[in-house]
Design a protein around this ligand. Structure first.
Ligand SMILES: [Zn+2]
Length: 154
């Protein structure tokens, strides 16, 4: 279920991108957080689904931690629907999309998992992806589909 990404480039569908921005905007001024999911096992680097999880951190203005119950139910849902967890996202309401020291301590920074940060420090939200093979965050290439690429027949 948890895929080791190994720093491969990832893609975000237009729909997932929209949901991601909308969720992180809705939690302002606090940080928002959740899961990046691929429902298509043939293209496991394509994030097409966002699963928000409540931020249970006591200082949500500048930190995040997944609500434990929300985290567990999200994992069950992934398993039940045979979906792939690509990584995690959270927002930086006031700072750049660069991992903070508390992000580095976060229990969610599993080796190989993608961490995506959405920053609202500029007028247009700005996002960057990382992975952490050892002690250091490394950038991961991120492509966002334009909405015209995302027309589906269903
Ligand atoms: Zn952070």
């Amino acid at each position: 279920m948890m895929r080791t990404n190994d720093g491969l480039p990832i893609q975000l569908t237009a729909n997932a991108h929209e949901q991601l921005i909308a969720h992180c905007r809705s939690t302002l001024p606090n940080e928002g957080c959740g899961l990046l999911i691929s429902t298509n096992l043939d293209t496991p680097t394509m994030i097409d689904t966002i699963h928000p999880i409540a931020n249970a951190h006591p200082h949500p203005l500048s930190s995040f931690s997944f609500d434990p119950a929300g985290w567990i139910s999200a994992l069950y849902r992934l398993q039940r629907n045979n979906q792939q967890l690509v990584g995690y996202y959270h927002s930086h309401p006031r700072s750049l999309p660069i991992p903070s020291s508390s992000d580095s301590l976060g229990t969610m920074s599993q080796a190989g998992a993608i961490t995506l940060i959405v920053s609202f420090s500029t007028s247009q939200p700005n996002m960057r992806a990382y992975w952490k093979p050892s002690d250091e965050w490394l950038p991961v290439a991120l492509t966002i589909e334009s909405s015209s690429d995302n027309q589906k027949a269903d």
